[in-house]
Design a protein around this ligand. Sequence first.
Ligand SMILES: [Zn+2]
Length: 82
Amino acid sequence: MFPSPEPVEADAPICSAKGCRAAAEWVLAWNNPKLHTPDRRKTWLACEEHREHLSQFLGVRGFLKDVVALAEWESRQGGTGD
Ligand SMILES: [Zn+2]
């Protein structure tokens, strides 16, 4: 543990969009079939503003598998998946 100069919520997830520091509200689950086995899921976090932009980025490449509200995603973790 070391002191932080500014108050930061310890594990508040931040949007994955470049330069964005907004709190993430969405999880984009994706998979690049050239790099990943089919059941592998990479995740990007997105704030409300960037959800569509990031979804499109993945979608046009055919990578996007799922878009889930962060709270729901977290509740799924430890579940059985599909
Ligand atoms: Zn953002």
